[in-house]
Ligand binder design. Structure first.
Ligand code: GLP
Length: 256
């Protein structure tokens, strides 16, 4: 990463809303309420979805609500943030498999309305362009769900990723590979590259909901909320967006 692309400066930052929850369950319920009410207001909403351990409870809540109250996803569109390079959709560790297992197979969403970057596309640059165009053709993301990496990454935008980036291929840091290794048989199996929506795609979303749980995220959240806006902490860019809500539990907010 050359020096010029590293942005660290004082900027006018927006007020981020923070919803403090007692634990993971409350965080998941609050996030689900927000998504359900957004679908009620706009049944053909474009949802930006995230993977990782953090949103699993939220997806469980959505499934339960779908069963109990019949919230329908028939007209909903989804775009996922990222996918591992080299994993076919049917690979059990792909984010496509994750989404099917954790959400899509258990609600009435039309699978043709769901979108995830193709990690085995023969030309990843073309795939990145296709994904950018796809997001645009849907009219942009209405509500983007985000987790946060321990190093402040969002999607797979690792520290140092330009704020101007759109969908691209990125080499994963060792800390991210190690953090994600629990989903694989061993660290060796964790892919070294991923294809991810860029920071600019994320910032183009009309509204953003960032979820965080547990003390391993506390430092990143502290830097996001009180530190400087810098490409070294990709999530800090959210301070430049005017409609961001953080839903996090006590442990993740212990320094706030
Ligand atoms: C992964 C995903 C991110 C996710 C983050 C946190 O690498 N690409 O989208 O937000 O790491 O994951 P977890 O929720 O498991 O802590």
């Amino acid at each position: 990463m050359n020096k010029q692309s590293t942005l660290t400066k004082k900027v006018n930052t927006m007020q981020i809303k923070i919803i403090r929850c007692k634990d993971y369950d409350e965080m998941s319920k609050k996030a689900a309420q927000k998504i359900i009410s957004s679908i009620e207001k706009k049944p053909n909403i474009v949802l930006g979805l995230a993977t990782g351990s953090t949103p699993i409870g939220l997806y469980k809540e959505l499934i339960q609500d779908h069963k109990l109250h019949g919230t329908s996803y028939k007209h909903v569109y989804t775009v996922n943030l990222d996918e591992y390079v080299g994993l076919a959709p049917e690979d059990k560790n792909s984010y496509f498999s994750f989404m099917k297992k954790q959400l899509f197979d258990k609600i009435d969403i039309n699978l043709t309305h769901t979108n995830i970057p193709n990690g085995i596309a023969p030309d990843l640059e073309e795939e990145s362009k296709r994904y950018n165009q796809l997001i645009e053709s849907l009219g942009g993301v209405d509500l983007q769900i985000l987790g946060i990496g321990q190093n402040g990454h969002i999607g797979f935008n690792e520290p140092g990723t330009p704020f101007t980036s759109t969908t691209h291929t990125i080499q994963l840091t060792e800390s991210t590979r190690t953090a994600n290794a629990s989903h694989f048989n061993s660290l060796d199996e964790v892919p070294t590259y991923a294809i991810t929506m860029g920071v600019q795609n994320i910032m183009s979303s009309k509204e953003i909901l960032l979820l965080a749980s547990g003390s391993s995220k506390a430092k990143a959240l502290q830097q996001l909320i009180n530190g400087e806006v810098t490409e070294e902490l990709p999530a800090s860019v959210l301070r430049l967006h005017d409609n961001v809500t953080i839903i996090a539990d006590e442990e993740a907010l212990k320094y706030i």
